[in-house]
Design a protein around this ligand. Structure first.
Ligand code: NAD
Length: 436
């Protein structure tokens, strides 16, 4: 099938590559000329495991092309996926200007029946706005679908190729059959993985999923705060509740607060949409408030042990990205942490296996970027763990302790065993690990 993907970022590029991988002819479009030029040379602008070889292979075999010419891509395609960004507006609502701008442009180039699909995360009612935007530019027939994306950065290829489910909101039989054909190869394991539903439900499903996951994180972060007060270890509590099948093990890890390009903005946008309808989503407002507090927890712990005035202190940080296996710094909890440390006078030396360039775009030269984890610990008064990269799981702890000026280890990801750390000679503080 001929497919156009508009927007070649984390979602568009992964979707385009995976759709080409299953034999479709895919044209990925972006308005960023430099990005397109790099992609044509197989230079992937983001870090995503497995993406580079897939882009290279499909480009070489002629199924995947990159262009800035949206019109040509639309004319060549049966299905057009919109995967541009929907950043938060000032009031917390999703900013739809890119999605609707693209929809109008698609309308201008329609030359026969096409299926126009919103893959970007958009509030309920957006598909109707997309329909109106396309219609305002054309008399050609077309259908709209909502096909929210559930991939996780860091495991995006795996998630797209073997999805837990594919949600398709559709109100047109032909579009339903086209979308079924497009996703057939990814759902061959069966088990009704393609969930067709009405468009509004598909749009709500995406927000409900992210809101539920954010809720689990804020819930566990609050349990961690409670555990610290009563001398319990949240890690034991996590194992204790996760083995209940009604709860499940996934997404029960307390940490330095959720970040990334999705949870913060999607929780905000859902609260905003509900507010417009006169409904206050009290649970989600609390989820958001707890997360805002949680993003300050590692900074507070640092001040508790090093003092409020960090002048002359050196703080080492392991991990900058909002989670492991990505270079994405959007809404990373390390941003407020580092800003707080710098404001209190500390010198910051940080390591991340992949996110140094993204971090440099935010902090410039105000932070020293270490080439390896040990250099970040060298001479530091404290070492803070912010991202759960595998390389931090089992370092040479003796070496780390000797490199530190003070063996203060504040573990925002609970990667280590408190008893073992104490035995090695660290002053070890995790999140919610009041007891043993
Ligand atoms: P991104 O910022 O990485 O990519 C968006 C791309 O769209 C950019 O390359 C930008 O240049 C391009 N673009 C913007 N306007 C354009 C236009 N008019 N014409 C052509 N290209 C244009 O964003 P992303 O992380 O891929 O997210 C895209 C959407 O998918 C968002 O709605 C997001 O909420 C959703 N989503 C993201 C993830 C994720 O993990 N990143 C997961 C699921 C859903």
């Amino acid at each position: 099938m001929h497919v156009a993907v508009i927007g070649s970022g984390y979602v568009g590029l992964v979707a385009g590559a995976c759709l080409a991988e299953t034999g479709n002819d895919v044209i990925c479009v972006d308005k960023d000329e430099e990005k397109i030029a790099r992609l044509r040379r197989n230079e992937i602008p983001i870090y995503e495991p497995g993406l580079e070889p897939m882009v290279r292979r499909n480009q070489e075999e002629g199924r995947l092309t990159f262009t800035t010419d949206l019109g040509a891509a639309v004319r060549a395609s049966r299905v057009v996926l919109i995967a541009v960004g929907t950043p938060p507006g000032e009031d917390g609502s999703a900013d739809l200007q890119h999605v609707l701008g693209v929809a109008r442009e698609i309308g201008r180039h329609l030359d026969g029946h096409k299926v126009v699909v919103t893959k970007s995360t958009v509030p309920v009612g957006t598909a109707e706005k997309v329909r109106a935007a396309v219609r305002s530019e054309t008399d050609q027939p077309f259908a709209v679908c909502s096909n929210p994306e559930f991939l996780k950065e860091g495991a995006a290829i795996e998630d797209f190729m073997k999805p837990d489910r594919v949600v398709i909101g559709v109100d047109d039989e032909e579009a339903k059959s086209v979308m079924g054909e497009l996703y057939g190869p990814f759902t061959r394991q069966g088990g009704n993985r393609v969930l067709f539903m009405d468009i509004a439900s598909a749009e709500v499903t995406k927000y409900a999923a992210n809101a539920m996951l954010a809720t689990r994180i804020s819930f566990m972060n609050q349990m961690a705060r409670f555990c610290e007060l009563v001398g319990a270890d949240v890690n034991n509590v996590r194992l204790g509740i996760g083995s209940d099948q009604r709860i499940g093990r996934a997404f029960l890890y307390p940490g330095p607060g959720y970040g990334g390009s999705c949870f913060p903005k999607d929780v905000k946008a859902l609260i905003h949409t509900a507010e417009e309808m006169g409904l206050s989503l009290a649970v989600l407002k609390s989820v958001e408030a707890v997360n805002e507090e949680q993003k300050r927890v590692v900074l507070h712990k640092t001040s508790r042990y090093l003092g409020d005035d960090l002048g002359g202190k050196i703080v080492g940080i392991w991990g900058l990205a909002f989670k492991a296996e990505t270079d994405d710094m959007r809404e990373s909890p390390t941003i407020p942490l580092i800003e707080g440390l710098l404001a209190a006078g500390a010198r910051v030396q940080a390591h991340d296996p992949k996110a140094t360039d993204s971090a440099r775009a935010i902090f410039g030269d105000r932070v020293m970027y270490a080439a390896d984890p040990y250099s970040a610990a060298h001479g530091a008064d404290a070492l803070l763990i912010m991202t759960e990269w595998l390389v931090y799981r089992n370092p040479d702890f003796e070496r780390v302790r000797k490199l530190l000026r003070r063996p203060l280890l504040i573990d925002g990801r609970n990667l280590y065993d408190p008893e073992r750390m104490a035995a090695i000679g660290f002053e070890y503080h995790g999140i919610g690990r009041g007891g043993r």
